[in-house]
Write a protein that binds this ligand. Structure first.
Ligand SMILES: *[C@@H]1O[C@H](CO)[C@@H](O)[C@H](O)[C@H]1NC(C)=O
Ligand SMILES: *[C@@H]1O[C@H](CO)[C@@H](O)[C@H](O)[C@H]1NC(C)=O
Ligand SMILES: *[C@@H]1O[C@H](CO)[C@@H](O)[C@H](O)[C@H]1NC(C)=O
Length: 292
């Protein structure tokens, strides 16, 4: 009997969460986000996002609410053609000097191909954890799925369902982890020709402007952050069971790990953990630990 009651309670809880769920899952850009830069360079309609960059301005948008843990998903089609100097940034960030941040950035190329998929993570203000990849597809000819999974145990960057990078929680060993600050979701298109393409040697060619990137199907299956150290609401019951209360370190299956290894072997072009010159031999502590 007790079991049955527990089951009924559980059912009610899941149903209640499912109602909450609808307000956050499949959130459209126009409902869930606000424009923060380039009002006349941005379009949001029917769940589509259009980011424009020309010589006068770029464009940026951010979520209205902040999240602590969850799965943040967006389909993106990058700037086609000569995109050197342009950067599409899609990231989570908190505010303040000791901020947390989880990044996807897409650096263009003068020949159109290949792009650089740049990733980084900051915890308590400390970044310098870049890893870069070549896409194994043409990211300008169609939409591709870039997803950040973030739970108390680990952060995983996914591209079209394939994990490419993991950052694990080694807080107990003195390495900061992003788990105390809510982060908002940002997307932007801007000119970074002082560094983006071959360290700033290739400049943005403004005669090719306007540059346009597009987004679709923004989804935050994520817990809501309301400004204190505790999570208030999780928008999706699956987040709760699969991510928020993750019992073990790794949520990735053996198959996913194998696919990630293959991508890293074949398409990773920069790994801060291998850059001994940069760190003068004193490598960041997480580099000597299991990465995934
Ligand atoms: C995008 O990828 C994530 C992570 O693999 C997955 O959970 C989600 O269902 C995908 N979304 C779409 C629209 O394909
Ligand atoms: C741009 O593409 C060319 C090939 O067309 C490649 O050799 C080069 O490394 C790429 N540049 C960057 C900065 O990724
Ligand atoms: C810039 O783009 C224009 C138009 O495509 C082209 O004619 C010109 O050669 C480009 N300039 C440089 C420096 O590549």
């Amino acid at each position: 009997m007790a079991g049955l009651r527990a089951q009924t309670l559980m059912f009610a809880l899941v149903a209640a969460l499912a109602i909450l769920d609808r307000t956050f899952v499949d959130a459209n850009f126009d409902k869930a986000m606000v424009v923060t830069w380039g009002k006349d360079h941005i379009g949001t309609s029917n769940g589509n996002l259009r980011l424009v960059l020309d010589k006068s301005a770029g464009s940026a948008i951010r979520s209205k609410v902040a999240h602590l843990f969850g799965s943040i998903e967006m389909l993106i089609k990058l700037v086609p053609g000569n995109s050197a100097g342009t950067v599409v940034a899609y990231y989570l960030s908190s505010t303040g000097s000791a901020h947390d941040e989880i990044d996807f950035e897409f650096l263009g190329n003068a020949t159109g191909q290949p792009y650089t998929i740049h990733t980084n993570i900051f915890a308590k203000g400390k970044g310098n954890r870049e890893q870069q990849f070549r896409p194994w597809f043409n990211p300008t000819s169609g939409f591709h799925n870039y997803t950040i999974h973030w739970n108390p145990s680990e952060v995983v960057w996914f591209v079209d369902g394939t994990p490419i990078r993991v950052f694990r929680n080694y807080e107990k060993e003195g390495i900061a982890y992003p788990n105390r600050q809510g982060m908002k979701v940002f997307a932007s298109l801007w000119n970074a020709d002082d560094w983006a393409t071959q360290g700033g040697r290739v400049k943005t060619n403004w005669t090719e402007a306007p540059f346009v990137a597009e987004g679709r199907r923004y989804k935050a299956r994520a817990c809501l952050w309301e400004g204190s150290a505790s999570i208030k609401k999780c928008a999706d019951p699956t987040v709760r069971s699969n991510w928020w209360t993750a019992p073990s370190f790794s949520q990735l299956t053996g198959l996913q790990l194998a696919r990630m290894q293959k991508i890293r072997d074949g398409f990773m072009i920069y790994d801060y953990c291998k850059d001994t010159n940069r760190f003068k031999g004193v490598m960041p502590p997480e580099c000597s630990k299991r990465q995934f």
